[in-house]
Ligand binder design. Structure first.
Ligand code: SME
Length: 150
């Protein structure tokens, strides 16, 4: 993500930090929409929420996706277990990758923490092979902002 685009995205997400309890779900939806709008067409951006011992699809923008992912499974479940960002430049190289949409080619998963517990995974898929390493810290900062509405 270009620096200017990232700056605009963070500004627009900060603009949603109003502490209004009844707008939390609306803000999450809008935040994910903003993230997707700053990615190439046909990208996917969403949250998997920790729920009853597994990861369950939460708010997202993009094509329909897998609804339940077990801890340790796929990139999302591996991210939960590792408690750290996982970047996959080419999804065909990731052992146990879960394919929800054949157009996804690269993926980054970032844990969202609350009180030191992982409560959700921010998952982003792109339709191109992509090295996320220059954007890792930016996406981690975005994931931290999302915590406000979870
Ligand atoms: N590819 C993910 C599954 C979720 S979708 O990308 C939306 C995985 O391997 O965990």
């Amino acid at each position: 993500m270009e620096r200017q685009i990232y700056g605009n995205l963070v500004d627009s997400l900060r603009g949603l930090e109003d502490g209004k309890e009844h707008l939390k779900a609306a803000h999450l939806g809008n935040a994910l929409s903003q993230i997707k709008l700053n990615l190439p067409p046909h990208s996917w951006a969403g949250l998997y929420l920790v729920n009853d011992g597994q990861l369950v699809l939460g708010p997202f923008q993009g094509t329909p996706a897998c609804e339940e992912i077990a801890f340790g499974k796929g990139v999302v479940g591996a991210c939960y277990e590792k408690r750290a960002t996982i970047m996959v430049e080419d999804v065909t190289t990731f052992p146990g990758y879960i394919c929800c949409d054949a157009s996804a080619k690269s993926e980054i998963c970032i844990p969202v923490f609350k009180d030191k517990e992982v409560i959700a995974i921010l998952d982003i898929d792109r339709p191109d092979l992509h090295d996320f390493s220059n954007e890792k810290e930016e996406f981690e900062a975005i994931a931290k902002l999302l915590e406000n509405w979870l």
